[in-house]
Every structure is written in structure tokens, then in C-alpha cells.
Write a protein that binds this ligand. Structure first.
Ligand code: BMA
Length: 314
């Protein structure tokens, strides 16, 4: 068993398992990877703040899930659309749908802000654009691994105001990953909780008995700034905009020096949680927007940590 009774994630003793010093070139910070198991390897698609400014994606690979090596060069990311100049990319969520992998990520334009982008790959060498699929500022897009009621489904988080404006988690549907609609709210912030300011999708949802396990991030604000921590909720299987249960407390909270101090203080932020055959969830998370940690928990403990979660256990 990897976690304690409360469903809290347990940090790997080798943390942080990846830092900017592990890259083959100069960069200042790495953070918030997408993760996937592919052909016997763990792959992390890592946000890299390179020395000229801006964020690019770079793959790191591991056989054991703990010791990672970066590729010699960043991924060959596809050219921008003529009508949408992509000045930076960040926070990728990798969703396998049959033998294709869809990467939903923040596509940043210096003048216009951030939209949700989708790029697909079959081999993590060749990447092909699918769409820029939000009209307004939007982040934390997470594609479900299955169609729901015949439509692709994503979590997203539209935002109008600045970094400190409240934001909620929404959901949208699409027949083709290009046109999205039927948008609706899923989860709002909770007063007096560690997700009282804003929240958004985190890991790709995991199918459990009668629902979806949704590991998400919540933000609280205190006098000196924001605190990002990680929570879990259970969404209805067929109507996933309905929240059936939700953890009252964070399952990972910035407590260590590398989570408390970095480019942004007090941040743990995830774009993934990989389910192993023994029920362990492996979560590769960004710490203080500066480096990457690994934390693990047993999926049933995480489900139990969601209020009234017992009936959903595997
Ligand atoms: C969010 C995203 C993340 C970042 C987090 C904390 O809004 O931009 O990439 O890790 O803020 O700074």
C-alpha cells in the first residue's frame, strides 16, 4: 500500500525526480508534465521554460518510473496555424483513445492570451495538429478517454479576469474535437476550503465503478499569494457534469521546500495520474513551477477520501 488511510499522496524519496539541471541545455524551470505509459516506458511531456523565455515541450523517458532521462532535443512540435501564432505551450494532458494519443494543452499567444490546443500522435515522434478549440481564454483542458453519449468530452476552465479572479471547472462536448459546445459548469469553488479561489481539471479522468475519478487542482489565496493543491472528486459515469463526491481536504499540499519555493511559491500542480495494475496511482506533478516530483497513492484510498466515495471502489 502506497498511501496512508486518508488517501493522501506519498512523495517519492528521490524527489524532486527531475529538475532543469537534468536537461541537455540551459533552461530555468521545468514543470507540469503530461504523462503516459508507452511501449514499456514512462514518458513525461515536460513544460520547459527555456533561457530565451517562453515554454516548450520536451520528452523525458524512464523504464522504472523514477529515473528519467531527457531526449537530446525538444519535441518537433507542429508549426502554428497561420491565423493563430503559438508563442508558448504548457500543461499538456495526454489522453489515449484507441491507438492515438491526444494532447490537450494551453496554447499561448502573446497578444491574445491562452486557448486550448489539441495535437495528436501515434509514436511521440510525429505530432499533428487537430485544432485550437476555444474561442476565449481557457486553460486546463482535459479530454476524457472515452466518448460519452457519443461525443468527445473535455473538462475546461474558461477565464475572463486576471490570475486572481475566481474560476470554476466547466465541461464541453464535441463530435469531432474541432467544434465544441453544450458547455456547462461542473464544479465551483468552496468557501473556507483550500479550493476557495479557483479550480480546474488536473489528471485525465479514470473510469471507476459507476463514475469517473477526477483529480483536480484547487487554489486558495492568502496574504502572500496563491496556494495550489491537489484534490479528487467523483463524476457521474454518464452525466459527468454531476459531482457525486469530493474530497474535503487536499490530497497533496505544498509542504516541502521544493514545493514552497521556486518560480511561483506554494504550488503542487498535476496534469496526470497513471493507474498501475496493483491500484497505485503515480502522479508526476509540478512543484513551485520549477521542478517535478512523483507522489503515489492507492486508488481506493483516493476514492475513499472523496466524501461518500466507498461505493465507487474498484
Ligand atoms: C496555473 C497554470 C500552471 C501553473 C499554476 C501555478 O494557472 O498557469 O501552469 O503551474 O498556475 O503558477
Amino acid at each position: 500500500m502506497k498511501s496512508n488511510m486518508e488517501g493522501m499522496f506519498v512523495r517519492n524519496s528521490a524527489n524532486p525526480i527531475l529538475t532543469a539541471e537534468d536537461l541537455p541545455c540551459k533552461a530555468f524551470f521545468i514543470l507540469n508534465p503530461g504523462a503516459v505509459k508507452f511501449k514499456g516506458e514512462y514518458l513525461l511531456l515536460v513544460d520547459v521554460f527555456h533561457s530565451e523565455g517562453g515554454i516548450i515541450f520536451w520528452l523525458a523517458r524512464s523504464r522504472d518510473g523514477v529515473n528519467f532521462n531527457f531526449d537530446p532535443a525538444p519535441v518537433k512540435w507542429p508549426e502554428s496555424y497561420t491565423w493563430w501564432k503559438e508563442n508558448g505551450v504548457y500543461d499538456p494532458r495526454i489522453t489515449q483513445v484507441e491507438d492515438e494519443y491526444f494532447i490537450m494543452y494551453g496554447s499561448h499567444n502573446n497578444a491574445l492570451g491562452t486557448r486550448l490546443g489539441i495535437v495528436k500522435t501515434r509514436d511521440f515522434e510525429n505530432f499533428e495538429r487537430v485544432s485550437i478549440c476555444s474561442e476565449i481564454n481557457n486553460r486546463n483542458g482535459v479530454l476524457f478517454p472515452e466518448k460519452i453519449n457519443g461525443l468527445y468530452c473535455r473538462l475546461d476552465r474558461p477565464f475572463g479576469g486576471g490570475e486572481h479572479s475566481p474560476c470554476d471547472m466547466w465541461m464541453s462536448f464535441s463530435p469531432d474535437l474541432i467544434y465544441w459546445g453544450e458547455s456547462r459548469p461542473v464544479m465551483t469553488t468552496r468557501p473556507a476550503h483550500w479550493d476557495h479561489l479557483k479550480l480546474g481539471g488536473g489528471a485525465v479522468p479514470i473510469r471507476i465503478n459507476g463514475g469517473w475519478l477526477c483529480i483536480y487542482h484547487g487554489v486558495a489565496e492568502c496574504c502572500s499569494g496563491s496556494i495550489y493543491s491537489i484534490f479528487a472528486a467523483i463524476l457521474d459515469e454518464k452525466e459527468p457534469w454531476k459531482v457525486l463526491a469530493r474530497s474535503k481536504y487536499p490530497l497533496l499540499f505544498p509542504e516541502t521546500p521544493y514545493e514552497r519555493s521556486g518560480r511561483v511559491t506554494n504550488v503542487v500542480f498535476t496534469c496526470n495520474a497513471l493507474l498501475e495494475n496493483d491500484g497505485t496511482l503515480k502522479m508526476y506533478y509540478g512543484a513551485a513551477d520549477a521542478c517535478i516530483g512523483l507522489a503515489e497513492a492507492n486508488i481506493n484510498d483516493v476514492i475513499k477520501a472523496c466524501d461518500s466515495g466507498y461505493r465507487f471502489m474498484l
